[in-house]
Write a protein that binds this ligand. Structure first.
Ligand code: NOJ
Length: 581
């Protein structure tokens, strides 16, 4: 038995979470938009992966200015996705298979079509201060804060004749969390969803809910972020929310927190912190950005390792990490951190090996498990996402109508656009990748004839089969709770580390050695002298590999190997935690 105590354990630490972006997952009614019926049809597929929970991106009523992150009614399902009965069926189908359901909580902002905003712009009674309003002149912005989607974070409202704040699109006005009525209304809504039997929340940009009073200008070269990222009262609000709504520790609360450092993160997730389970930090998916995200460089492996190791070590004794390399806002990981040509499969497996053998909770984004790649966007008309469309519009404006302006930015768009993550899930080699019988709202990646679930299912060497093995590996306490140590930090091609878990009374220490070659060329890893290889056995690899490691490991391009000491639980299965729902 491992020495992990019951206090240290939590279902969500031992879980693998699968992220479903419903608009792009599966369309059951032929209108070209994915829906809840489509997810229900694929519940067995999700279950077969072995994952423990699904995080469902927003399905609430929404005008879809930002694909559902602009919510008009928190307690209703958007017609495009189905209705509440469909949602309940999905919940039940998942729960019957012991798969938990995590809902997206978007409470930094609502849609401008939410009843609260409609009333607020009319200055209707208690709703007047539900949002951030600033009196003034229509030609004089309240300050220099910028929207994440480009342009000013303020829009003038003709009805109220005042400015309102929107850190995202103008159709996403920010809620005023300084108003206790807003907080109570949000907590009520959260209680309502918990009452419907959900198992947790993924909290959209939760570190942006508190804004500096009086809305000061940003400092030089700043878009004002220092006044609203981890703002002055954020811990008071998040702590209060946890106390009022999330006191049951079995509820998973994962905060999306762009721009947090490890020290910031501790305030949200440590023992003495606000009480969130874990965060989605952004350092490892933004370090390659230039002045803005569309100005990105190839990620440097040494820096990437340094960042991930810092997070592993920083939250090792107090707090918890999430593990992800892509999601609905990021390019496909195999195109960004791997190699999406000849080595697509091998590098997809290697990246999955990384996220499943670090400490923390792995999140698998739909399509990652079959090695889906970034897509070509040959014309600007093929783009759908508000952020990339704004970026292209401003780039084309800057080029003053020059005929090939889109061509100038196309490479950057194809590398970084969020639409890369949102092309339809590739199920088959039939039209539109089997995603819909109609016209899809966004084109499928043309590589679907080769990259699809049906083909992956039939191929024992597929990324899909490897992912099932990865998910199964997380059964080991060693990989969930073991200490992390980075090896060869300066090696530009190799990512290698150990995991170590002290045994209980009668067992010796468990050990893992993970070695990943992030390069198109073969390489050799000399295992450092202080790392013991005796007793290690091959548990998983994406190529033929020796069953036990020597002191020098010869690795082919994008080769990944996981060596483990034998599983003590295999002889004495006696898990202290009930992982069933
Ligand atoms: C983060 C979400 O993941 C993203 O998709 C959305 O556009 C913004 N927050 C605004 O809600």
């Amino acid at each position: 038995m491992s020495g992990v105590t019951d206090d240290e354990r939590a279902w969500w630490k031992e879980a693998v979470v699968y992220q479903v972006y419903p608009k792009s997952f599966a369309d059951s009614d032929g209108d070209g938009v994915g829906d809840l019926g489509g997810v229900i049809d694929r519940v067995d597929y999700i279950d077969e992966l072995g994952v423990d929970a699904v995080w469902l991106n927003p399905v609430y009523e929404s005008p879809q200015a930002d694909n559902g992150y602009d919510i008009a009614d928190y307690r209703a399902i958007d017609d495009a996705y189905g209705d509440m009965e469909d949602w309940e069926r999905l919940r039940d189908e998942l729960h019957e298979r012991d798969v938990r359901l995590i809902m997206d909580l978007v409470v930094n902002h609502t849609s401008d079509e939410h009843e609260w905003f409609r009333k607020s712009r009319r200055e209707d009674g208690e709703y007047a201060d539900y949002y951030h309003w600033v009196e003034g002149e229509p030609d004089e912005l309240p300050n220099d804060w910028e929207s994440v989607f480009g342009g000013s974070a303020w829009s003038w409202d003709d009805e109220r004749e005042a400015w309102y704040l929107h850190l995202f699109d103008e159709k996403q006005p920010d809620l005023n969390w300084a108003n206790p009525d807003v907080r109570e209304a949000v907590y009520d809504m959260m209680e309502w969803w918990l009452g419907k039997g959900i198992d947790g929340f993924r909290m959209d940009v939760i570190n942006m809910i508190s804004k500096a009073e009086d809305y000061p200008d940003g400092g030089p070269d700043s878009d004002g972020a220092e006044h609203f990222m981890n703002g002055p009262r954020v811990h008071e609000y998040v702590g209060e929310m946890v106390e009022e709504v999330l006191d049951d520790e079995s509820v998973l609360a994962v905060g999306e927190t762009p721009g947090v450092s490890v020290d910031d993160a501790r305030e949200y997730v440590s023992e003495d912190g606000d009480g969130l389970s874990m965060l989605f930090q952004f350092e490892h998916v933004t370090f390659d950005h230039g002045e803005h995200k569309f100005d990105a460089d190839d990620p440097d492996l040494v820096e990437f390792k340094e960042i991930l190791a810092k997070w592993q070590e920083g939250l090792a004794d107090d707090g918890w990490n999430s593990l992800y390399l892509n999601n609905h806002d990021q390019p496909r990981m195999v195109s960004r951190f791997g190699s999406d040509g000849e080595y697509r499969r091998k590098s997809a497996k290697l990246l999955g090996t990384l996220t499943h053998t670090l400490g923390g909770t792995p999140f698998v984004y739909q399509g990652e498990e079959i090695g889906m790649t970034n897509a070509p966007f040959e014309t600007r008309e093929a783009l759908r996402d508000v952020e990339v469309r704004n970026y292209v519009a401003s780039a084309v404006d800057d080029a003053e109508g020059h005929a090939d302006a889109y061509e100038d930015v196309r490479e950057a768009v194809e590398a970084m656009s969020r639409d890369n993550a949102r092309t339809p899930m590739q199920w088959t080699d039939e039209a539109h990748a089997g995603f819909t019988d109609g016209d899809p709202w966004i084109d499928a990646n043309p590589n679907y004839a080769e990259v699809n679930v049906s083909r992956a299912r039939d191929d024992p060497d597929s990324v899909l089969h490897y992912y099932r093995d990865l998910v199964a590996l997380r059964e080991r306490d060693l990989l969930v709770y073991g200490d992390f140590e980075l090896l060869a930090p300066d090696d530009p091609d190799l990512f290698a580390y150990t995991r170590t878990l002290a045994g209980g009374d009668d067992e010796s220490t468990e050990r893992a050695l993970v070695v990943l070659n992030f390069d198109d060329e073969p390489t050799t890893f000399e295992v450092p002298a202080d790392v013991t290889v005796d007793g290690l056995e091959l548990a998983l690899a994406n190529d033929d590999a020796p069953a036990v490691p020597g002191r020098a490991l010869d690795l082919g391009p994008w080769e990944a190997r996981v060596y483990l000491t034998p599983d003590p639980e295999a002889q004495a299965p006696d898990s202290a935690i009930d992982t069933e729902r």
